[in-house]
Design a protein around this ligand. Sequence first.
Ligand SMILES: Cc1cc2nc3c(=O)[nH]c(=O)nc-3n(C[C@H](O)[C@H](O)[C@H](O)COP(=O)(O)OP(=O)(O)OC[C@H]3O[C@@H](n4cnc5c(N)ncnc54)[C@H](O)[C@@H]3O)c2cc1C
Length: 361
Amino acid sequence: KEFIKACALFGLANPLLLTFCKEGNIKPSFKGKVIIIGAGAGGLSAGYLLSKSGIEYEIFEASSNYGGRMKINKTFADFTIPLGAEWIETNENIFKNTIGDSSININTIKDGEDYKFINYSWLEFFQDHIIPSISDKIKYNKVVKSINYNEKNIIISTETENTTSDKVIVSVPLKIIKDKDITFNPELPLSKIKSINRLEIWDGYKVFIEFSNKFYDDEFKFNITPKTDGEKIYYDATYGQNTSKNILGLFVVGKPVNDYIFLSENEQINKILSELDNIYDNQASNNYKKHIIQNWRNEKYIKSGYISDFSDWKDVKELGKTVNNKIYFSGGAYTDGEDWVSIHTAIESAKNKVNEIMFSN
Ligand SMILES: Cc1cc2nc3c(=O)[nH]c(=O)nc-3n(C[C@H](O)[C@H](O)[C@H](O)COP(=O)(O)OP(=O)(O)OC[C@H]3O[C@@H](n4cnc5c(N)ncnc54)[C@H](O)[C@@H]3O)c2cc1C
């Protein structure tokens, strides 16, 4: 069963792997140690896949918890409030493909082109199905400052200690690399640096507001001009959930985030209520109960939303490229350039990178 799972996990698209699977032998040729930096969707998926392939690894996470931009709130309402990733932006096969188990059953509901979890979330999926296999490998409060890959062994340094490994999977937000919070020695290739500098990283901001009455539309989308500046949408956050509460979500990415984040929390909620009052005849202020705000710029080790939906795919593809057979990149941003900034792209990129590592020297 474990063998079938492993074949399903890595996908039979890889001809080399197909031979291994047919022969009943999925042993990787790589024998060394991997350090993964960052315990978000990309890092956790990479850890899970490495653990299934028997490769030695550890995950260094800067904060005191895993999940990154899958953060949730379980107390605001009687269903899970997703403060970052909310929608399943692919089909439901993602769950069985991620863990290699076709019997998995996650309750979802179709929402436009995407799906939504029902009283569940991406973080809880990871908690239930990924974390149990890897929890002892996650080392918290390890803020990586530099990666030296000059010599045969790679040296990964935090402020207080150095660790060596044969390969590194970098799974931190692009903003962390762009701001040089982690430095590389030697510097990353010029082509990658140029792409990093060209890519626009959007801010990300979400607000959930409970009202005593549902006076609002299921969705109210603003017309942002130019559209490359970002997105701003009010939406019924209770869609598909088992709840009788009235909770409105506000999702903002890109430049429109600036309208809120430089205000105090009181000013932010007042601005939002008066915006809604204008659309809905003063009903927002009259029905307001409570709110919760998530500004991703304020997260010390994330500092941003995600790279713009309008990015050039060639730059995104460049981000995902491996450096010197040693430094691999996995996460929402580090893809093959076809699709990016989602949980499923983070999982997919982890799969590709672990595949690459398994059959490398
Ligand atoms: C507002 C918002 C809404 C979104 N909505 C959706 C959605 O509906 N559906 C969807 O699929 N996706 C959505 N996304 C995108 C999705 O959340 C991300 O693409 C995905 O979570 C990124 O995962 P990651 O592993 O690449 O990075 P992250 O989740 O950011 O994880 C990176 C980890 O690296 C750690 N780290 C940073 N610096 C260091 C360091 N120096 N040393 C060690 N560790 C470090 C961080 O603490 C963090 O835990 C949304 C994102 C935002 C911001």
